[in-house]
Design a protein around this ligand. Structure first.
Ligand code: NAD
Ligand code: DAU
Length: 336
């Protein structure tokens, strides 16, 4: 198998490339524009005879079409991925997430290549908080109607619709997965968990948007990768699979856990300006993936996975340090 991984130098895509090398015989091409979110270091140490990096833009049909035609499958991670950035400037989100996905779909259509589209649970909008009396709280399923809130999630929702239309109208051999919030090594420090860990490492206080009651459903990026590989190998064409590991936690709980793991008082955080349109709660019912394809996550214990992640950022300061000041300056300008 020759597999083209778009966005394979990003947080989740690079984990998938390592996963492919460890668990398959595939040869892998990474197509990545190397935006601010990418990191060549995340691909270091991979065998040169199995993994090649092509630096380029998924919007560039002249590059994408011949490249796609040389592969048996495309796994599409490349995206602008941060909600806060999409509120500052939606334009790159429309370009990469919509036009980029369109460009790839046209390429796989012409070449008859298998396509897997990596998407997010945010396409479903948000859910109410769970009150203690609810014995069966609502979660997202593959049947939940689309209701995206931010420019980021709207652009991902649009890209999902394109994939479905290309399956139905042109017979493209595609599957879609919608995953919940990932954590683990190599995540850009603009994101919630690495931002708070590196704030604490720098002797500052974690920064909670609004009240901190918002809930995210955390999954280790390694579990996301194993789920995507399972869908690529065994998923039914045209189907969507939700990926999640039953990891619901409020932001407040996560910040307290980080502080505790790092030896600081649990209330040593501050509240900052809330995100506009901030989604309240995400929660995934991954029953279809588990029942139909027999997948299950390996990182059942979120606190243990978080402790490993804290240790990784502590040990890899040289990687994140160059981005820290600019990231914090941009948040400070918005009161966050
Ligand atoms: P990331 O921002 O860390 O990485 C994105 C990668 O895509 C970067 O390497 C970047 O250089 C590359 N890229 C961006 N624009 C490109 C372009 N035009 N052409 C080629 N490459 C380009 O993102 P991530 O968190 O690793 O997310 C990867 C995918 O997974 C995205 O599609 C995202 O929507 C989806 N997803 C993310 C999460 C999460 O929690 N982070 C959860 C569910 C789904
Ligand atoms: O659900 C999947 C999505 O998860 C992915 O599609 C996105 O690509 C990914 O970025 C993530 O989106 P979120 O917006 O949920 O993640 P983020 O890390 O930006 O924020 C997580 C929560 O933490 C959210 O409720 C906002 C809050 N937050 C974030 C930051 C950066 C804070 O309270 N303080 C912060 O400093």
């Amino acid at each position: 198998m020759r597999i083209l991984v778009t966005g394979g130098a990003g947080f989740i895509g690079s984990n998938f490339v390592h996963h492919l090398v460890r668990h398959t015989d595939a040869s892998v091409t990474v197509l990545d524009k190397l935006t601010y979110a990418a990191s060549r270091e995340s691909l270091a140490g991979l065998p040169e005879d199995r993994v090649e990096l092509v630096v380029g833009d998924i919007v560039d049909a002249g590059l994408v079409e011949p490249l796609v035609a040389q592969h048996d499958a495309v796994v599409h991670y490349a995206a602008e991925s941060h909600n806060d950035n999409s509120l500052n400037d939606p334009s790159p989100f429309i370009q990469t997430n919509l036009i980029g996905t369109f460009t790839l779909l046209e390429a796989v259509r012409k070449a008859g290549v298998r396509f897997h589209h990596v998407s997010t649970d945010e396409v479903y909008g948000d859910l109410p908080l769970v009150d203690d009396t609810a014995d069966d709280p609502k979660r997202f399923t593959e049947e939940t109607p689309y209701q995206p809130s931010s420019p980021y999630s709207a652009s991902k929702a649009g890209s999902d619709h394109l994939v479905r239309a290309w399956v139905r109208s042109f017979g493209v051999q595609a599957t879609i997965s919608n995953c919940s919030n990932n954590y683990g090594p190599w995540q850009h420090i603009e994101k919630f968990i690495p931002r708070q860990i590196t704030e604490v490492l720098d002797g500052r206080r974690p920064k909670l948007y609004g009240s901190g009651e918002n809930v995210r459903d955390w999954i280790h990026t390694e579990d996301h990768s194993s789920a995507v590989l399972r869908i690529l190998e065994q998923g039914r064409i045209g189907e969507t699979y939700l990926i999640g590991a039953d990891g619901e936690k409020s932001n407040l709980e996560v910040v307290r856990m980080i502080l505790r793991l790092m030896g600081r008082a649990e209330d040593d955080f501050e509240h900052v300006t809330d995100r506009a349109g901030h989604d309240l709660r995400y929660a995934i019912d991954s029953g279809k993936l588990r029942t139909e394809l027999g997948w299950s996550p390996e990182y059942g214990d979120f606190e243990a996975g978080l402790a490993q992640t804290v240790a990784w950022y502590r040990d890899n300061e040289a990687w994140w340090r160059p981005n820290k000041d600019a990231t914090e300056a941009s948040y400070a300008a918005k009161g966050q």
